[in-house]
Design a protein around this ligand. Structure first.
Ligand code: NAD
Length: 476
């Protein structure tokens, strides 16, 4: 991305070609867009549409995404450089999310609560009104769907703000939703930089709820504004997830998972397993094999068959990763592989970086504490369960973790002891729409996905239906 005063230019990170431009939304336009969203919320009939009819439109959005799967995947591949296979998977994920929330919308039940008098009391779910959905660049369509589908299912009007680094998918989702029959104004897109239009959106007095996925720094700012405004904020933030290999693990699978867990999506995944903890007795052997595999990964253009790692999402993001690895060097880290731009001249115009493995660092070093959001794995040894839990939990983050052991009792103990919203035992990076997702500690507040993913976008209203023939004493 590059921006002039009012235009964002999107570049293909594989070769530097310009692939699209979008106009940034001005603050005046934002006022009009929020007013349109309010009007749609009040008057379009979406909110009062019976859930099974709302569900039909959500299914139609899924149909529209399916019909354009190939072209949407290609657009994302060019917008942020992920391998085509991953991009096709992201469209499938967005489709699945719309279908899932169509199902939840139709079947979600609320409560008849035990009465303590002559009345029936029960709850219903009411939408908030206008909801802001703010998303990052790493998986645009998938992250957009995770917010938009449940927020619409709950009856809200949604204003979606994609990242300035991947602005091209959100307008497509809006178009497809309109074509699927979603009323005008019910889903709108604003474009621009986070600190400008993003902040203005969160501060807007008619925005009644905000759902944010992105970095911890922006999450804190948004949480602060939402706190002052007394509106709910769901925050899905960063991670520095530990991936643990015990001596009794199935080594082949553990090693493959560690490599896929960090170098998939070139490490630009919130749940990337960016710290591998290997038990002392097997540390040298397992680390050597991880390094061997990482070095052999096929780094190539994202549309090439067999590519295992594409470029990073932009040249400026690669700059951040280069600086991160340079700092690891100054902290005393040993770069066991990667740590540089590939020297193949075919990649000269792209944002490529080699899979990097580092060891020899203190767990308290900044390299082991901060998120690189790139293909950088740090390796750390541990002695026993106590040592592992202490080291692995010694970070501000708590998004996810992976545990490899053949001993299920140990897996259970460690899974319960680690600070993480998602725990993967003898698997890694599974993420399905039906299972709640979110972080502990600085990795976020709230849970997306699952049935409660819809409740996130709704407020509970309690109603009492009086049954007494003479509920009040009437003065004669
Ligand atoms: P970012 O925080 O820089 O930006 C995310 C979005 O927020 C963008 O749309 C940006 O324009 C907007 N934004 C930034 N500052 C804002 C502000 N003050 N007010 C309102 N909006 C603002 O993050 P990024 O670089 O786009 O994405 C990478 C980060 O996202 C990483 O930290 C990664 O771990 C995290 N992430 C988390 C999850 C999750 O589910 N937990 C998923 C994907 C990415």
């Amino acid at each position: 991305m590059q921006s002039t005063d009012d235009v964002l230019v999107s570049y293909n990170p594989a070769n530097g070609d310009e692939i699209g431009r979008v106009r940034m939304t001005s603050c005046q336009e934002l006022d009009r867009i929020v007013a349109d969203a309010r009007a749609a919320y009040r008057d379009s009939g979406w909110q009062s549409l019976l859930p099974h009819k709302r569900a039909l439109i959500l299914h139609a959005v899924a149909d529209g995404l399916t019909a354009e799967k190939e072209s949407l995947a290609k657009l994302q591949m060019r917008d942020n450089g992920k391998p085509m296979g991953e991009c096709l998977g992201m469209v499938d994920s967005a489709v699945g999310t719309f279908r899932y929330y169509a199902g939840v919308c139709e079947t979600l039940e609320t409560d008849v609560t035990p009465s303590r008098g002559d009345y029936v009391s029960f709850t219903v779910l009411e939408p908030y009104g206008v909801v802001a959905a703010i998303t990052p660049w790493n998986s645009p369509l998938m992250n957009d769907a995770t917010k938009v589908a449940p927020a619409l299912a709950a009856g809200n009007a949604v204003i979606l703000k994609p990242s300035e680094d991947s602005p091209l998918l959100a307008p497509e989702l809006m178009r497809i939703a309109r074509e699927a029959g979603l009323p005008q104004g019910q889903l709108q897109v604003v474009q621009g930089r986070g600190a400008d239009i993003g902040a203005a959106l969160v501060e807007h007095p008619d925005v009644r709820m905000v759902s944010f996925t992105g970095g911890t720094v922006a999450g804190r700012v948004i949480g602060r504004t939402a706190g002052e405004r007394l509106i709910p904020a769901a925050l899905e933030l960063g991670g520095k997830s530990p991936h643990v290999v015990f001596a009794d693990a199935d080594r082949e699978h553990a090693i493959a998972a560690v490599v896929a867990g960090i170098f998939g999506s070139a490490g630009q995944s919130c749940v990337a397993g960016s710290r591998v903890f290997i038990q002392h007795d097997i540390y040298d052997e397992v680390l050597e094999r991880i390094v061997e595999r990482a070095s052999a990964l096929r780094v190539d253009f994202p549309d090439v068959d067999g590519v295992e790692m594409g470029p990073l999402s932009s040249l400026h993001h690669r700059r951040r990763v280069i600086d991160f690895v340079d700092r690891a060097r100054t902290e005393g880290g040993r770069i066991l592989c990667g740590g540089q731009i590939p020297d193949d001249p075919r990649f000269a115009a792209g944002a490529f970086y080699l899979p990097t493995v580092i060891d020899g660092l203190s767990p308290r070093s900044r390299t082991c504490q901060e998120e690189a959001f790139g293909p950088v794995l740090v390796a750390l040894p541990f002695d026993d369960e106590i040592d592992l839990v202490e080291k692995a939990n010694d970070t501000d983050f708590g998004l996810a973790c992976g545990i490899w052991t053949e001993n299920f009792k140990k897996a259970w103990r460690i899974g319960r002891a680690l600070d993480a919203g998602s725990v993967w035992i003898n698997t890694y990076k599974q993420s399905v729409t039906s299972t709640p997702f979110g972080g502990f500690k600085d990795s976020g507040i709230g849970r997306e996905k699952g049935i409660d993913g819809l409740r996130l976008y709704a407020q509970v209203k309690s109603l009492y239906l009086g049954l007494h023939e003479q509920p009040m004493k009437i003065a004669k």
